[in-house]
Design a protein around this ligand. Structure first.
Ligand code: MLT
Length: 316
């Protein structure tokens, strides 16, 4: 079994894959044309990627390709139709980095309220702006709306509840019974969920239905000055509508994801929204903790093992 790993994974992963008897090629710099060339030359049976995008051409180039593993939750970086047309399995690692993404979500929320990034910038400029940068609302007793109630949102919910927040949730599949079990109030639309919320956090997978789903109608329904956090996918938010809401309604946003993200290390990053003074950006690092990368790495090894033994492939 020849495996190509085209991203940096937890350090134990290559050794564990070799222990399975795999012939391994690892090159975290591969992407675009170089990944295409590697697919042709190395002709792997299994391709493992994290952030690297896998296009129809890549799928076509790998004549022996049988399985693509996304070392993360979302599969929007992989051309699923091309894989399915060629009978290539695609497996992901859902839930394995959920705690890490939830931790960053809460970090953004606290930053929006306590202006930590502004404080740091102010002190680095040798100022002491306590009067303005000391103004915060506090999170205890406030309401958080979560849009999407999957594995990551559930981790966010328990953390928000631990902070003393009340949570309202919306997802297409959320039932009353599930909402009750989670200790949250169920809303029937994103607009209804955000209406009385002090903060909103987005946890939607990117699909044709969710593309730009969080747009002008949601921002118009939010309280002026409310906090908005997105650690899911940039494309699920209409960035122009968010930018307008930041300017006209004082929405303050913490964003880990953007509609256009360069590959790691590839400059420039050019999203006008990140320049808005109400917007605090991070570079899609939600899943980038040792804990999450180790859990994802274990799942990758488990998937390859199952594939090799011709067992049902997990998360396919
Ligand atoms: C995910 O889909 O789980 C994350 O976007 C993974 C990542 O940042 O690599």
């Amino acid at each position: 079994m020849r495996i190509l790993v085209a991203d940096k994974l937890a350090s134990f992963v290559p050794g564990r894959l070799q222990d399975l008897g795999a012939r391994l090629d690892v090159d975290p710099k591969l992407e675009g044309e170089t990944l295409g060339a590697a697919m042709r030359e190395l002709d792997p049976e299994v391709l493992i990627v994290r952030s690297t995008k896998v296009t129809a051409q890549h799928v076509e180039s790998g004549k022996s390709l049988s399985l693509i593993i996304r070392a993360g939750a979302g599969v929007n970086t992989i051309d699923m139709s091309a894989a399915s047309a060629r009978g290539v399995y695609v497996a992901n690692c859902p839930g394995k980095n959920a705690a890490a993404v939830a931790e960053l979500t809460i970090g953004h929320l606290i930053n929006l309220d306590r202006r930590i990034a502004d404080n740091v910038a102010s002190l680095r400029a040798h100022r002491w702006d306590k009067k303005t940068l000391g103004e915060a609302r506090g999170l205890r007793g406030r309401t958080l709306a979560v849009l999407g109630v999957g594995a990551i949102a559930r981790e966010v919910i328990v953390r928000a509840q631990a902070l003393g927040m009340r949570v309202v949730g919306w997802s297409r599949r959320l039932t009353e019974a599930q909402a009750e079990e989670l200790g949250i109030v169920r809303a029937t639309t994103p607009e209804a969920a955000v209406t009385n919320a002090d903060a909103v956090s987005v946890h939607l997978a990117l699909t044709p239905e969710t593309d730009k789903r969080i747009g002008a109608s949601v921002f118009a329904a939010m309280k002026p000055g409310a906090y908005f956090v997105n650690t899911s996918r940039g494309e699920v938010v209409d960035q122009d509508a968010l930018l307008a809401a930041c300017s006209s309604r004082g929405i303050r946003a913490g964003l880990d994801v953007f509609a256009k993200e360069p590959s790691a290390g590839q400059a420039p990053f050019e999203e006008p929204i990140a320049d808005h003074p109400n917007v605090y950006g991070t570079c899609h690092v939600g899943a980038s903790t040792d804990e999450a990368e180790e859990a994802v790495g274990e799942e990758v090894v488990r998937i390859v093992g199952a594939y090799q033994r011709a067992e049902p492939i997990p998360n396919c």
